[in-house]
Design a binder for this molecule. Structure first.
Ligand code: ADP
Ligand code: MG
Length: 327
């Protein structure tokens, strides 16, 4: 294929012309204005066995939960309200009895929690591996959605929740898979981290609050780790940033595990991904009413730097960080 993931998406984007007023490829959701002063948000993401999850490890309930969660999270990233979802599944012939029922139970539990009904989809057989695609519709007031392109020099860089828990959970799952040790005996710390990986919680209410707060300029959900995701905000906004790695919000469970294993928590927090927290920028002094941590500041891009891509200044570390990339 020859192209990286983001280069390929950029090339696909160039092949199509999008009508004035519609925001197409490049943000967490497409945004389409409606006549009644509202905007419709649409997002879609695919989960493939062996790439996004390991069929032999994840239980079907968690897979159903996670398939919905990672998609709902893109509506949170725009500060939107949820309207409904569409679910398409390609089921391999050897799928075990009861799989689909448990999968739908997990999908329904998170959908009910956010009052977001399933409205349609498609079901087909697959030759080899399970493949799941979810599309979510959302809405927001005209001009209210939070884009990646709004960051301005002087903005604070902020995140909700804690970072790196999901990546640590995945590391534990992979480790157990290689040494054949099952998870039921895992200590509480490890169970919490594995849970953060399997059952992420989209920050829908937080996104809505941010969209209603004047001074919040840019936002996205964190799916690949901020080492990669912050670059999307910087590129879309034509700015750069400094981030103090010492100020990253880390859970007690992550600190504890990393101390015991000799893992670098900053690396998991910045490059691991799948946190599904919100990354946003706001003017200093903005009355942000949701729990969050300030991790850095937006800076003006140096003259003539547009083609090289943003160089983030990582303070408190001698490493450079990028996020997860599919290829
Ligand atoms: P996210 O992690 O927020 O879901 P992605 O990295 O998957 O974002 O995608 C980034 C942007 O590229 C989104 O606007 C998405 O709709 C678009 N995109 C990704 N793959 C394709 C594709 N094959 N065709 C058209 N648009 C795509
Ligand atoms: Mg996203």
């Amino acid at each position: 294929m020859g192209k990286g993931e983001f280069e390929l998406i950029g090339w696909i984007k160039e092949q199509f012309e999008v009508p004035e007023g519609i925001l197409g490829i490049g943000d967490d959701c497409a945004v389409m204005p409606q006549r009644d002063g509202l905007e419709t948000l649409v997002t879609t993401d695919m989960l493939v066995d062996g790439i996004h999850f390991l069929m032999e490890d994840i239980d079907p309930y968690s897979l159903g939960w996670k398939s919905a969660a990672v998609n709902l999270s893109d509506i949170a990233g725009m500060g939107g309200k949820l309207v409904g979802t569409f679910l398409s599944i390609a089921l391999p012939k050897n799928i075990h009895d009861g799989f689909t029922e448990e999968f739908i139970r997990g999908y329904k539990d998170i959908s009910d929690r956010f009052n977001c009904p399933l409205l349609g989809g498609d079901t087909t057989a697959a030759k080899d591996r399970l493949c799941i695609n979810v599309t979510v519709l959302g809405s927001c007031g005209a001009g209210q959605s939070l884009k990646r392109s709004g960051a301005r020099p002087g903005d604070l860089v902020c995140v909700t929740g804690t970072l790196g828990d999901s990546a640590a959970g995945l590391k534990l799952v992979l480790e157990r898979q290689s040494d054949g040790c099952g998870s039921p005996e895992a200590p509480d710390t490890e169970r919490i981290l594995v849970d953060r990986h399997y059952r992420p919680m989209p920050r829908i209410a937080e996104g809505l609050r941010l969209a209603a707060t004047t001074g919040v300029n840019a936002c996205m959900d964190i799916s690949d780790g901020i080492g990669s995701d912050l670059r999307h905000i910087l590129e879309a906004s034509g700015v750069t940033a400094r981030v103090d790695v010492r100020s990253l919000p880390l859970s007690a469970e992550l600190r504890d595990l990393c101390a015991r294993r000799g893992w670098d928590p900053a690396e998991l927090a910045l490059s691991g991904g799948e946190d599904y927290e919100l990354l946003f920028t706001c003017r200093p002094g903005t009355p942000v009413s949701i729990p969050h941590t300030v991790i850095g500041e937006i800076l003006a891009a140096p003259e003539g730097s547009e083609t090289a891509g943003p160089v983030i200044i990582w303070e408190g570390t001698d490493k450079d960080f990028t996020g997860f990339r599919h290829f």
